[in-house]
Structure formats: C-alpha cells, structure tokens
Design a protein around this ligand. Structure first.
Ligand code: G4P
Length: 522
C-alpha cells in the first residue's frame, strides 16, 4: 500500500453521554501537540433540560462544524478523529459518521459499565464489522472490578474482549495502568492540564514494590498471571475482523492510560479499508480518486450561508482545483477551496489521501451519500436512513413564504437533518426525527436561514416501513386498504406509516408476501 495511505488512522470516539468522550478527545489532541493545555475543546453536549435553549443549539451547530474532524500527526501516523454529536437526538448523524471511519474507540464509564447508547452504537459497528477498541474511563473513581467489567463488556456488547492494559486499583487508590501489550509500566503524576513526566518502572524488579508498595505489587503480578491464563493471546487479525475488542483502562481526565491507548492504537488500528459501492469494491490504494459525502453541516457564521459537505476520500489522492465527477448530477465540478481541520482551525488544503476527510463548500449541490470520482459511475452504498422515532406534520405559518419554506425543507433534508415523507392521502408533509430537539433545530434554521416559518402538528405514529413485494397484486391491495397511512419518501418510494406495533404486526400477518423494512437500504 502507498505509505501515505498506510499511515492514516481514521476513527471515531463514541460513548454514552458523560462517559468521557470529550475528555479523551482532548487528551489525544494534547498528545498530538494540537493543543497545549486541556480545556480548549468544549464539550458538545446539549444539557438535557426540558426546554433546550437556542444558544445550545447554536453551540451544537458550531461545534459540529469546527470540530467535526480533528487531524494531527503523531509519530509517523496521520490521525483523523471524526467527532460525533453528544446528544442522542442526533444519533442518525453518528451512524452516518460511522460509515466514514475505519475503526472506533468506545469509551465506557468504569463505574457505570455498558449503557444504552454504548449498546446501540456497538450494534452499528457490528453490522459494519468495524474494528473496536474499548477504553474503560474514570478509573480514578471507585469503579467496578476490572474482571467483572470485562465479563460485562463481553456479554452486553456481544464481542470477545482482551485487556491490553490493566489498572492498578481504582478510586483514590488508583496508581496507573500496566501496559500488557508493551509489557511496561509507566506511573504518571495525575494532571488535568498537561502531559506529565512519566516514570518507567520494571515490574519484574523490586522497583515495583518501591513505587506502589508490596501489596499492590503482589496483586498486580497475580492478576496479570490470571489474565494470561484466561484470555487468549491478543490476535490483531481477529480485532481487524471486528470479532475481538482490545480493552484499555484509564482516566481521561487525569491523563492516565491515554498514552498507552494512543501508542497501541496507532500500531494495531487499520489503515484505510475498502469501500463498498453498488458497482464494485474500491481499494484505498487504487490510483484514481473516489470519495463520498457522509455529512453536511450548516455554516456556523450566519453571514456565510453555504454549508460544508464532508467527503471521505476512499481511494487515491484528492487534489485541489482538479475537476471531479459528481455522479448523481452527471456533472464535473472543481473545488478551489477544499478544507481540512486541525482541532479548532480550518485550513485550505492542496491534496488529501485515502482515509482523509475533506471539507467542500456546498451551496446545495450535495446530498448525503453522493459520490465523487474521476469519471467512473459509482454509487456508494451503506448510509441507510432508519425509521424515525417521532413524526409531525409540518405546516406553513406564513402564506407569503411558501417557496422559502419548501426550499428550506428540501435543503435541510439533503443535509440529513431529518426525513421527509408525503402522505399520499392528504398530500401533507411529514417530518420524521429521532428526537424532539431536531424539530426545534429545523424550525429555528428555517427561520434563520430561509426566512420561513413553520408550525408543527402532532402525529402519533409508531414506525415508518419501506415496503416491497414480488406480488404486485397484493402490494396494490395493501396500499388500497391502508391508503390513509401510505406515504412516499423523497426518492418516491412507498412507505407505510404504522400507527402502532399492533397494527404493524397485523399487517405483516395479513400480507405475507410484503416485506416491511425499517431502513431505506435493503
Ligand atoms: P462526554 O463527552 O462523553 O459526554 O463526556 P465528558 O468528557 O464531557 O465527561 C463527562 C464528565 O465526566 C465531565 O464532568 C468530565 O470532567 C468527567 N470525566 C471525564 N473523564 C473523567 C475521568 O477520567 N475521571 C473523572 N473523575 N471524571 C471524568 P462534568 O462535571 O460533566 O464536566 P466538567 O465540569 O468537569 O467540565
């Protein structure tokens, strides 16, 4: 493989809110020399208040633009960290980001263990066979027993685990972590602010006793023996296949165990992987450039309306000013201002390699999933939309601004902010989201960016199902029977809006030849 591509590590850090994703990201940036002191990266959490205020939403938008991708060089590696929104109402955004990464680090709170979001995100990783590393955080607080935690991870996340570092106690007694992979022990002085001096300790000598005392030294040696007895040796290829998750322990806040994680990560994590399209599989070191859009975000600066489309380079080299083929439009485009991101900064770039993420200024030319190539007609697959959880009718609140509203809705849907369905019975537009916050964002953005106002009308639905059948007659009779609940998605496909689980089950029983899908890619 081309060494430029080989040295790239493109990944996302995912976690249940509050597990410590922001803190870990920050420490990685610290090691990468991107920031000098901690506290520079703001948390992208929206606090869970009953009525979230607009400042928070603005912050969410802001952060997602400026820190969507963080890049830095570390040793000989080029690191690309893709940020994902902290709030679960933006889960869809996270799923899409996961289509652009080659591996994932999951952060788990050592006291809480596996939480709901962790489980859901792991399912997405499993579906895509994404290699996963687990970082058990907050070991400086009283945590669960590490052996129990390993069992819990294995069971709840349905993946084989293998510790590669091991904590020496937790809570106030926490001393640091032993690096099983490198067979070395570094004791750090805790520091929330900077990378501290480390003390290398040889655990096979009295040096260990001198540093952590006899009791802990004995305990560490016997636990390590137990680990070697219970867990099979770490096998990188099983990890790369997505079947085994190496586990690291530490405290992101105090910078314990983070360097161990990072050093091992760059060594074992995959370089850019292959990409699936409808036509064929793309190898990262094919010479021609190919890439796809996995995320579009609005500009933080209200004076500049244009969005940024994030393109994952799947193969070859992207070059500034070179004409590329936009497959969906069948048109050639040139990008004179592609950007890359360094922590908080954004810079124009001349080239990017497979594995990198390029920000392309966008005035409505892109849709999630669009493919760019040097001329080959490829259609990227693998960014499904899932059935929304919440639905509302969207109505125009200002008759003079009908056009603005339609345009705004169209563009926001292209960005993947939510999903639009049109009820075939009454012609009304329905917006489907994962959570309430998205409705607020849509209303706010329609007003601010498109000068259009909308009203929501409640609609109680259970799921949207994409339907298909080989039995045309049965499909027709179903659509006739359910005419009030039939809608079209933006691609003109038939969607059944089930108002309850019961209704859906009855429909599945009565119409045996119809397939009901909960995602739009099947
Ligand atoms: P998130 O992005 O996954 O939501 O988590 P974030 O890093 O924002 O961390 C959530 C909270 O947990 C923060 O506290 C953070 O300081 C704390 N935290 C993160 N890592 C550790 C750790 O290793 N040990 C301990 N003890 N705490 C940790 P907060 O009170 O919500 O925010 P702040 O006031 O500290 O900023």
């Amino acid at each position: 493989m081309n060494p430029e591509i080989e040295r790239r590590r493109t990944f996302a850090i995912i976690a249940h809110p509050d597990a410590g994703k922001t803190s870990l990201t920050e420490k990685l940036l610290l090691f990468g020399g991107q920031i000098q002191v901690a506290g520079a990266v703001k948390s992208n959490k929206i606090k869970k208040t009953a009525t979230s205020d607009w400042m928070d939403i603005e912050k969410q938008r802001g952060i997602s633009v400026t820190t969507s991708v963080m890049e830095f060089d570390y040793h000989n590696y080029k690191i690309n960290i893709l940020d994902t929104p902290g709030h679960q109402d933006f889960a869809e955004d996270t799923y899409r980001t996961l289509t652009a990464v080659d591996s994932v680090i999951i952060v788990v709170d050592g006291a809480k263990g596996v939480e709901t979001q962790t489980r859901k995100l792991m399912e997405v990783c499993r579906m895509r066979k994404t290699p996963v590393i687990i970082f058990v955080n907050k070991m400086d607080r009283e945590a669960k027993d590490p052996f129990d935690l390993l069992d819990e991870l294995e069971e709840e996340l349905a993946i084989q685990v293998r510790p590669l570092t091991w904590p020496i106690e937790s809570g106030p007694r926490f001393q640091g972590v032993y690096n099983i992979y490198e067979q070395s022990l570094n004791l750090f002085r805790p520091s929330k602010q900077v990378v501290t001096e480390k003390v290398a300790v040889d655990i096979n000598t009295e040096e260990l006793e001198a540093n952590i005392g006899k009791n802990l030294a004995d305990k560490l040696r016997s636990e390590l023996e137990l680990i070697e007895g219970v867990y099979p040796e770490f096998d990188r290829s099983t990890y790369l296949d997505g079947d085994l998750a190496p586990v690291f322990f530490g405290s992101a806040l105090n910078n314990f165990g983070v360097e161990e994680l990072l050093d091992t990560f760059v060594e074992i994590a995959p370089s850019p992987r292959t990409t699936r399209t409808e036509e064929r599989v793309i190898q990262p070191d094919e010479a021609p450039f190919t890439g796809f859009i996995f995320k579009i975000t609005a500009n933080i600066d209200p004076n500049h309306r244009s969005c940024i489309a994030f393109c994952k380079v799947c193969s070859g080299k992207f070059q500034r000013g070179t004409p590329y083929y936009h497959v969906r439009h069948g048109k050639t485009m040139r990008f004179s201002n592609p950007t890359q991101f360094m922590a908080q900064r954004k810079t124009t770039i001349d080239e990017a390699w497979a594995g990198d993420i390029v920000g392309l200024p966008d005035n409505g030319t892109f849709k999630i999933g669009d493919t760019l190539t040097e001329g080959e007609k490829l259609h990227f697959r693998g960014i499904p939309s899932f059935s929304p959880e919440m639905f509302k009718y969207i109505e125009n609140a200002d008759p003079m601004k009908q056009k603005q509203l339609s345009k705004g809705i169209d563009q926001l849907m292209d960005e993947g902010v939510a999903q639009l369905f049109v009820n075939q019975f009454n012609g009304r537009k329905i917006i489907g989201t994962v959570g309430q916050l998205q409705f607020e964002v849509i209303q706010y953005r329609l007003q601010n960016e498109y000068n259009a106002s909308c009203r929501w009308e409640p609609l109680s639905l259970y799921k949207a199902c994409w339907i298909e059948s080989d039995d045309a007659a049965e499909l027709e009779s179903f659509k006739k029977r359910k005419y009030q609940y039939m809608a079209k998605d933006r691609d003109g496909r038939d969607v059944f809006l089930a108002d309850s689980n019961y209704v859906l089950q009855m429909a599945q029983m009565d119409f045996k030849h119809i397939k009901f899908h909960f995602t739009n890619e099947f």
